[in-house]
Ligand binder design. Structure first.
Ligand SMILES: CC(C)(COP(=O)(O)OP(=O)(O)OC[C@H]1O[C@@H](n2cnc3c(N)ncnc32)[C@H](O)[C@@H]1OP(=O)(O)O)[C@@H](O)C(=O)NCCC(=O)NCCS
Length: 180
């Protein structure tokens, strides 16, 4: 099956929340919080959908950039278990980084659970570095958060792996991208 990325809207709230609550459980965004994120002009949310069904969301990610701010935050990223390890997470993150660059951001930050080596591996492969630990940040589990930072590369060609191609594709097509 092939997928593409498209901009998310508040119309996608139900589908996004279904994944958010099933994947993150205790750490999930509230429905109200996510609705605000999807509606915000400062946000940039993408969803991954099969080519054949624009409404069947299998993953998403979001970036928040306050106007004129030198930094941005990756707010969330998730891919359904059955759609993992085919490059969607990398493609979504590539788009987050590309959008940060388009908005003139120098640094992108994110927080990841210390017990989530898979996500950390993805971020490290894109150039993120751990810069701090927030002890027992994720409650009630009492799991530390690792704060990671990416100094935004000046050009798409400096992005690691397939994210470079993804970023270029979306820059050219503006809203969507085909994925194998
Ligand atoms: C993290 C997540 C978004 C990755 O999505 P994905 O579509 O599977 O990622 P990709 O297929 O693009 O993987 C890219 C690379 O990341 C690394 N990676 C991703 N998942 C991994 C895992 N479980 N274990 C080890 N490395 C992993 C690998 O280097 C991988 O490259 P490879 O498949 O060529 O080895 C997905 O696992 C997920 O939704 N997890 C649950 C939610 C979550 O943890 N979100 C992050 C919160 S900070």
């Amino acid at each position: 099956m092939s997928f593409r990325l498209r901009r998310a809207s508040v119309d996608d709230l139900d589908a996004v929340m279904a994944i958010e609550t099933s994947v993150f459980v205790n750490d999930a965004w509230s429905r109200e919080g996510m609705a605000h994120e999807l509606a915000s002009r400062d946000g940039f949310y993408l969803v991954a959908v099969p080519d054949v069904d624009d409404t069947r969301i299998v993953g998403y990610s979001g970036l928040m950039v306050l106007p004129g701010a030198p930094d941005a935050d990756v707010q969330t990223i998730a891919v359904l278990p059955e759609a993992r390890r085919v490059g969607l997470g990398r493609a979504l993150m590539g788009q987050m980084i590309a959008e940060a660059r388009r908005r003139g951001v120098r640094d992108v930050f994110l927080e990841v659970r210390a017990d989530n080596p898979g996500a950390q591996s993805l971020y490290e492969s894109l150039g993120f570095e751990g810069i701090a630990v927030r002890p027992r940040y994720y409650m009630p589990d009492g799991v530390d958060a690792v704060v990671m930072r990416l100094q935004v590369p000046a050009t798409t060609t400096e992005l690691a792996g397939t994210a470079a191609a993804s970023a270029t594709a979306v820059t050219e097509t503006s809203e969507s991208e085909q994925l194998p």
